[in-house]
Every structure is written in structure tokens, then in C-alpha cells.
Design a protein around this ligand. Sequence first.
Ligand SMILES: CC(C)(COP(=O)(O)OP(=O)(O)OC[C@H]1O[C@@H](n2cnc3c(N)ncnc32)[C@H](O)[C@@H]1OP(=O)(O)O)[C@@H](O)C(=O)NCCC(=O)NCCS
Length: 171
Amino acid sequence: MDIIIREMNKFDCLRCKDLTLQMGYHDNLADFDKRFSLINKLPHHHLVVAESLVDKTVVAWMHLEIRYLLVSSFKVEISALMVDEKMRGLGIGKKFLAYAENWTKNCGFKDIFLYSKLMREDAHNFYIKCGYLNLKDEKMFTKNLEKNVMQDLKAIYESKLDSKIENIKIQ
Ligand SMILES: CC(C)(COP(=O)(O)OP(=O)(O)OC[C@H]1O[C@@H](n2cnc3c(N)ncnc32)[C@H](O)[C@@H]1OP(=O)(O)O)[C@@H](O)C(=O)NCCC(=O)NCCS
């Protein structure tokens, strides 16, 4: 399948939201566009789509994020990766991983990782096929505090993060 991988823009949001629905994520998708506007400004995040060269349809999207951790070296997380269910098995996921790995190296980091739900066995097989190791199975804990943090986050990020990703070269 001939595709180009390019940065996501606001006109892609509706389509990316549809692809996300295919994965069974129904919660909070109403705020997808707002979250895109915020995340897209953050220099340590990178959002991309795969666009078909045949008809310009967006067939997949991916979210990469530099994780600044005190307990280990800085690394890149693949926070989301989803391919249209009609386009799976055509090599798009593999091209995305190659892109993600190049982005990681270009940012100056040597490790890339992701979390995947236990039930997503197909995805696990895909990652193993592409050379990824399953290091551990973890539990996730959460608590709903009934506060919308979007505005707080916007203020924090806009005041602190005005540097460009190209300038970040810390391991
Ligand atoms: C998992 C996913 C991203 C894979 O993308 P894809 O475009 O279908 O995968 P590709 O066609 O690039 O496959 C790359 C390689 O992995 C293999 N592969 C893909 N899916 C596989 C599976 N379920 N089992 C075993 N191997 C698999 C392919 O055979 C191919 O091998 P090859 O290089 O020898 O030809 C895609 O299926 C998807 O979006 N799934 C639903 C969303 C999801 O689970 N995302 C991950 C959340 S963590």
C-alpha cells in the first residue's frame, strides 16, 4: 500500500476520531479536537497520519511522546498507533514503527517503548514480529477527580514550553 507519513493537522481530527472508535475507545472523544490543538503545540509530542497516495484518505495515525523520567533515561513512548481495520496487514504499521524509531534516534534517544492492553493479542504479535520485547505485564490504577484539567494544562505548557524539539538533546 503506497502511503506518505505526514504531520497530523486539525482537518484530520474527524477521520482520526473514527479510526479511534474502531478500537473501541468511546470515552471523551468529543474533546479529541481540543486535545489535538493543545498536544500539537507541545514540542515533546509528535502526531502523524498515514495518507493513501491513491485517494489521499487518512488510513492510520500515531502519537509519539518523549517521556522525561527521573527514574530512568529519557525515551520515546508510542502513545497511540492505529491502522484502519480495512487496511491492516498491508505494511502500514511496520512503516509507522520505522518512522517512530527514526524520530526517536533523531531526537537523540536510544529507547522506544509502548504499553498495550493484555487483550490486544494481535497487536502483541505484531510488535514481537517487528522486534519488540514484552518486558512486563502491569496493572493500571486510576481515580476520577471530576475536574477538567484542560485549561490548567494549557496554561502550564504555554508558559513553560516554547523550545523546539530540535534543541532537545539530553539522554
Ligand atoms: C497492530 C497494528 C497497528 C498492526 O498494523 P498493520 O499495518 O496491520 O501491520 P503490518 O501490516 O505492518 O504488519 C507488519 C508485520 O507484522 C505482522 N503482523 C501484523 N499483525 C499481526 C498479527 N496479528 N499476528 C502476527 N503477525 C502480525 C505482519 O505479518 C507483518 O509481518 P512481515 O513484516 O513479515 O510481513 C494494526 O493491526 C492495528 O491498528 N490494530 C488495531 C489497533 C491496535 O491494536 N493498535 C495497537 C495498540 S497498542
